[in-house]
Design a protein around this ligand. Structure first.
Ligand code: UT7
Length: 332
């Protein structure tokens, strides 16, 4: 019997309609379009303005797109892994709600929190289940309503993040396509550099934590930038070497969209001198945390050919980071 690998067989995505441009941010904080564009590559982001809608809303739209595109009966889905740093609520699981809302009544679901690497870790988990033969149809969703944890008076964070969702269906493959290899890492040296300090078990919410704005995301951008460049580029280069891939062999770099300069540094280290191979949508969506990787897949799906070599790379709070090598499984 041929070996079972886990392949991506469909992609879905959703971003809210409301656009927050650099020009609009100029009215809100002391910043300007030139600074934001040159330091990050971001021009605008999408914001889910409806206060009654949380991350599950974004995720449901992305998952429904997969059902529409594939005609998949939701009752056939075995598992939904919901990567998010902004669950609807701390308890109960957002993934469970998403599964029920899309009619995945035979599936189980749970949330996975690994900040910006959540989707990559989720793909790894889904693949392990599929390779073992335990489950056959797994949806991995990356979705975040970052606007719910951003202080829009803090110019060091509010210019970066946006809201969005992306999802993939993963299924068994016997042609050798799908996930080939991965390197996943984490290190709590980053715990202080990128965090929401309060609201968890260590510092539960109080009037004081609210007054001190400790429920918003804070980051020491310079430190995160330094670790992001060296770690994301490091694992991306390593996974190429380990799989004997040259820059010619790599068709696409699917890198977390946190800062164009970090993506460029990673591509550089991999020797990818053809910029068309480096997927980029940060200019339109900013950093959507768990959603950046599947949003890229959705935007570029039509460019991928069966057998193409994709390198995924991510870096996020925690710190969490990693790279994965995947062979694309279909022509669209
Ligand atoms: O996805 C999770 C992982 N997150 C990341 O990977 C983010 C990594 N970090 C970054 O992308 C960058 O560090 C930032 C985009 C956040 C900041 O860029 P930077 O080049 O590292 O700027 P900086 O923090 O060193 O600030 C440079 C200057 C400072 O002024 P002084 O002290 O030199 O006078 C800041 O106060 O720019 C100032 N500044 C701004 N100016 C205009 C900071 N934010 C802004 C702003 N507009 N929005």
């Amino acid at each position: 019997m041929s070996k079972i690998t886990a392949a991506i067989t469909a992609v879905g995505a959703y971003v809210p309609e409301d656009v927050l441009t650099n020009k609009m941010l100029e009215e809100m904080v002391d910043t300007n379009d030139e600074w934001i564009t040159s330091r990050t590559g971001i021009k605008e982001r999408r914001i889910l303005k409806d206060p009654k809608k949380g991350t599950s809303y974004l995720a449901i739209q992305a998952a429904k797109e997969i059902l529409r595109k594939t005609n998949l009966d939701p009752e056939e889905i075995d598992l939904i892994i919901m990567a998010t740093a902004t669950p609807d609520m701390p308890v109960a699981s957002t993934g469970v709600h998403v599964a029920t809302q899309i009619g995945a009544t035979n599936a189980f679901s749970y949330d996975l929190q690994a900040a910006c690497s959540g989707f990559l870790y989720g793909m790894s988990t889904a693949s392990a289940y599929i390779e073992s033969g335990r489950y056959k149809k797994v949806i991995v969703i990356g979705a975040d309503k970052m606007s719910s944890i951003i202080d829009y008076t803090d110019r060091t964070t509010c210019i970066i993040f946006g809201d969005g969702a992306g999802a993939v269906l993963m299924e068994p493959n016997t042609e050798g396509l799908g996930l080939q290899d991965e390197i996943l890492r984490s290190d709590s040296i980053g715990r202080a550099s990128l965090k929401i300090e309060a609201g968890g078990s260590l510092t539960p919410p109080t009037e004081e934590t609210v007054a001190k704005k400790l429920h918003f995301v804070r980051q020491d951008g310079k430190t995160v930038f330094k670790f992001a460049v060296s770690n994301m580029a490091g694992v991306s280069e390593k996974i190429m070497k380990r799989n004997d891939l040259t820059n010619e062999d790599v068709n696409w770099l699917v890198a977390h969209q946190a800062n164009k300069r970090i993506i460029d540094a990673t591509a550089n280290r991999m020797g990818l001198n053809d910029e068309n191979k480096v997927l980029m949508n940060i200019q339109r969506y900013g950093n959507t945390t768990s959603a950046t990787l599947p949003l890229l897949l959705s935007d570029y799906e039509k460019n991928f050919k069966k057998g193409d070599n994709l390198i995924f790379a991510s870096f996020g709070g925690g710190f969490t980071w990693g790279a994965a090598y995947l062979k694309w499984a279909y022509n669209s």
